[in-house]
Ligand binder design. Structure first.
Ligand code: NDP
Length: 440
């Protein structure tokens, strides 16, 4: 068995998520939220004033016993074909290779960057299927009609996959001579020796299956693209039912599609993010990437298929303006930090640190410690606003995303305090606001 503590893999001594109670709460609570939201959005309970119709028994009637899900060949075939097909495309489609950040063992892993080829293949497949089926697209109808069941299948899949990931993290890697003696690089936060905690946070930093980096793949492919596909399935369903589209669902599908493909096409940006450089790959990321993203970020589109809205032109213009402002802040703040770190923008004020890197405290990074998060959140708000004010359910995304970003800011602050020590305090005295200037 591979050595798991030592200079390469220090033991994790502090717990996030308030330790095991928090971990268990998230493990069972969030899937429940996912399933309940999926069920509620399909009924008319969510309309303000109609909560008196709320019938928990009716809500759960649709949910079958666990055995039914575990043995349902049709649902598993659809999902495994999606997951496996994307994995195959990821491996075989051409792209350039980039190196990730340096790992604690001094190596840098290669990553294949082929988002453009993959996106083109997916969109071309959709167009061909549209032609071949005369616009019927039975796969999209299946997706629309079986969302809650598929959601449960994906939750089970994430659970099983993370068990395998945890087990595999104990198997030593093969050396060049073929003997398995090389230590795996573990996550600094997922090596506590508590089975439940390490399984949840993720023990191994960058698990790979042959040439496929599983964490990067799950972060950018099956979940994000399923989010897009579910939105398209909603738009398609509405079109089949009515022969037209409402401008709110069109806005949501196009705007979210733009955001999704922006992420997939700028995939190299993920290589320096906390998810890839620090977090292990366990249940937390597997469930978040594969189940939570596609099955809860699509609530707006699903709501608009059952409660269509036609937005007035001024309101639509307001939504486009909000989203554009969010994009501008999000992109220019990220670019400013990246340019600065690459030696450009030397005129901006910064703090020299003992660690050798400089902390920018000018431009966007002088307004708050994470203006990029604020921009990202504004984008999410514009999509929720497209659903009007009939229900709080469609604002779930903005609320959840705000919670995620605040939690992420706190985790980053904790890591930066360790990385930078006193220098981080000096930085905080110059830039006191965390995300929103003068508010938080
Ligand atoms: P940041 O881009 O804010 O990066 C934080 C890191 O940057 C710190 O750990 C530190 O690392 C460095 N840093 C912090 N402050 C400064 C400074 N003043 N000057 C120079 N370097 C600094 O956070 P993330 O990586 O979390 O997020 C990246 C993007 O991804 C964001 O725009 C975010 O909105 C988006 N995102 C989207 C999500 C989604 O679900 N849609 C989820 C999470 C993030 P070091 O010093 O070691 O380089």
């Amino acid at each position: 068995m591979a050595k798991s503590t030592g200079p390469l893999n220090p033991k994790t001594t502090s717990y996030e998520f308030s330790g095991i109670p928090g971990v268990l709460g998230v493990t069972f609570g969030l899937p429940l939220v996912c399933v309940v939201l999926n069920q509620m959005i399909r009924r008319d309970y969510f309309i303000v004033g109609a909560f008196s119709n709320f019938d928990v028994a009716e809500l759960w009637n649709h949910i079958k016993p666990l055995k039914w899900y575990l043995t349902n060949r049709e649902l598993w075939t659809y999902y495994l074909a999606w997951f496996g097909g994307l994995a195959l495309f990821d491996v075989v489609l051409p792209g350039r290779t980039m190196e990730g950040v340096e790992l604690r063992d001094g190596t840098k892993l290669p990553y294949k960057i082929n988002g453009l080829a993959l996106t083109s293949t997916l969109l071309a497949t959709l167009c061909i299927r549209w032609q071949l089926t005369n616009g019927e697209m039975p796969e999209l109808q299946y997706l629309y009609n079986n969302q809650t069941d598929l959601c449960i299948i994906v939750i089970i899949f994430s659970f099983i996959m993370s068990l395998f990931l945890y087990g595999a993290s104990f198997i030593p890697l093969a050396n060049k001579n073929g003997h398995g003696t090389r230590e795996r690089v573990l996550s600094v936060s997922g090596n506590s020796k508590n089975i439940v905690y390490d399984w949840f946070i993720g023990r191994e930093l960058n698990p790979r299956l042959g040439p496929l980096d599983l964490k990067m793949f799950c972060e950018l492919r099956p979940g994000l693209l399923l989010w897009f596909l579910i939105n398209v399935a909603c738009l398609h369903h509405y079109y089949l039912q009515t022969g037209k589209v409402n401008n709110a669902i069109l806005f949501v599908t196009l705007a979210e599609g733009f955001y999704i493909f922006d992420g997939v096409l700028n995939e190299e940006g993920v290589l320096t993010m906390m998810d890839i450089t620090t977090d292990g790959f366990g249940y937390m990321l597997a469930f978040g990437d594969l189940a939570l993203v596609p099955f809860t970020y699509t609530l707006q589109a699903r709501y608009l298929t059952v409660s269509p809205i036609n937005l007035s032109r001024p309101y639509l213009a307001f939504l486009v303006a909000t989203m554009s402002l969010g994009y501008y802040i999000f992109h220019s703040a990220n670019k400013q930090k990246s340019d600065f770190r690459h030696g450009k923008l030397p005129h901006l004020k910064s703090i020299d640190t003992k660690r050798g890197t400089k902390l920018l405290c000018d431009g966007w990074w002088g307004m708050s410690q994470h203006m990029n998060y604020f921009g990202d959140w504004l984008i999410s708000l514009s999509w929720c606003l497209a659903t009007g004010f009939q229900t709080p359910l469609t604002y779930y995304y903005s609320l959840y995303f705000a919670t995620l970003l605040i939690h992420r800011q706190k985790r980053d602050e904790h890591l930066c305090k360790i990385k930078y020590g006193d220098d981080w305090q000096r930085y905080e005295s110059k830039v006191p606001y965390k995300i929103v200037p003068y508010v938080y």
